[in-house]
Design a protein around this ligand. Structure first.
Ligand code: KG4
Ligand code: ZN
Length: 351
């Protein structure tokens, strides 16, 4: 039998990502972004993203194969993001995934984007523990989860956001203070020259009677908006950026560390685009160390959307002998995270 080699394809938002993973090792990947085409609209335009995916797909697959020094004929399975995400963008990736699977005559896995964010950590830090608490902080989602075997077990939600996601709050606050899209990296940069304690922004839902694992960032965004309005014309952008970033980092750290204690977990896995934030990483590391927890967080480049994360998840599914999806599998732009596969996980019958 040939060595397992998974081709992963990601197109849920504005990045066209392709990765090749074999046995937990990233052999090569490629990434194209349509971010600049959306910047003037202040957010991602789904149809523009879909067209960019269409143009970038074949070149990215070719580049990833070249970097990995393999051929399409060496691929033994294809994994593709089937949700959640922007519907027109997902459709392009899913159609490509089906075409490559059909052309190569290999099985297809239609995977959940957020499970991919968690899986990518395996590439740099080895297998995940039997169970851990995971904090997913992306542009569309903020969740605290109890995670076991990513390929086989159901993912249990401890808490989610009731309104804006953490990344969404970064993007909206950036717009308020005149920083470009995407807001997260722009705030991260501006905050370097600011005082994180200049303005006491709220830490939402961290009071003793608040739901401990639930997030809410829309009130924090409004607090920044009010502050900016009140200081019209004299807004110290670095201080606002640093103080807002500190409020997000502190809120995430308090809740994640408390969730680990509650679950008896000694490992916290932090993933998603906001896990690329320098202050979120540093404060989480500090709080975890103080609480005797080990923090696992992927390298910065693999925190934001990419193809390696989908290939990493596909590789876990293949190695766990999970049954693949049929070629008429559908995308689901609003899929809730319950496991690695978008439409549920079935183990292959023992031969
Ligand atoms: O995971 P991701 O790439 O896409 C989604 O699945 O949503 O996350 C994108 C989000 C955006 O909101 C972006 O502003 C945020 O992650 N982000 C950051 C940083 N880099 C990306 N937020 C804060 N600091 C960063 N350095
Ligand atoms: Zn993502």
């Amino acid at each position: 039998m040939s060595t397992p080699l998974v081709l992963g394809i990601e197109t849920s938002c504005d990045e066209t990502g392709v990765g090749l993973v074999s046995g937990g090792v990233l052999l090569g990947d490629a990434l194209a972004s349509s971010m600049e085409e959306h910047a003037r609209f202040g957010g991602v335009v789904p149809e523009v993203a879909a067209r960019a995916h269409l143009e970038a797909m074949a070149p990215m697959v070719r580049t990833a194969l070249q970097r990995a020094q393999v051929d399409l004929a060496d691929v033994t399975a294809v994994a593709v993001t089937a949700g959640p995400g922007l519907s027109p963008a997902l459709q392009v990736g899913l159609a490509a995934g089906k075409a490559y699977a059909l052309a190569a005559g290999v099985p297809l896995y239609a995977v959940h984007h957020l499970a991919g964010h968690a899986a990518v950590d395996v590439l740099d830090h080895g297998p995940l523990p039997e169970r851990c608490v995971a904090l997913i902080v992306s542009g569309g989602h903020t969740s605290l989860l109890s995670v076991g075997d990513l390929a086989r077990d159901e993912i249990v939600h401890l808490g989610d956001t009731v309104d804006d996601a953490a990344g969404e709050a970064f993007d909206k606050v950036a717009r308020l203070i005149g920083l470009p899209y995407p807001g997260g990296p722009a705030i991260d940069r501006a905050a370097r020259d600011g005082d994180p304690h200049a303005i006491a922004f709220p830490r939402p839902l961290t009071g003793p009677s608040d739901p401990p694992w639930t997030f809410s960032f829309s009130g924090l965004k409004t607090a920044v908006a009010r502050w900016v309005e009140a200081h019209d014309g004299t807004v110290p952008v670095p201080d606002v950026a640093a103080s807002f970033q500190e409020a997000v980092a502190d809120t995430l750290a308090r809740k994640a560390v408390a969730a680990c204690a509650d679950q008896g977990a000694d490992i916290l896995l932090m993933v998603g685009g906001v896990a690329a934030n320098s202050r979120v990483r540093a404060l989480m590391e500090q709080r975890c160390a103080a609480a005797g927890l080990t923090l696992r967080v992927p390298p910065i480049r693999l925190c934001t959307d990419n193809g390696a994360m989908i290939a990493a998840l596909g590789d876990l599914l293949v190695r766990a002998d999970v049954e693949p999806d049929p070629l008429d599998v559908a995308a689901d732009p609003r899929a809730r995270l319950t496991g690695a596969l978008l439409h549920g996980t079935r183990a292959l019958p023992v031969a």
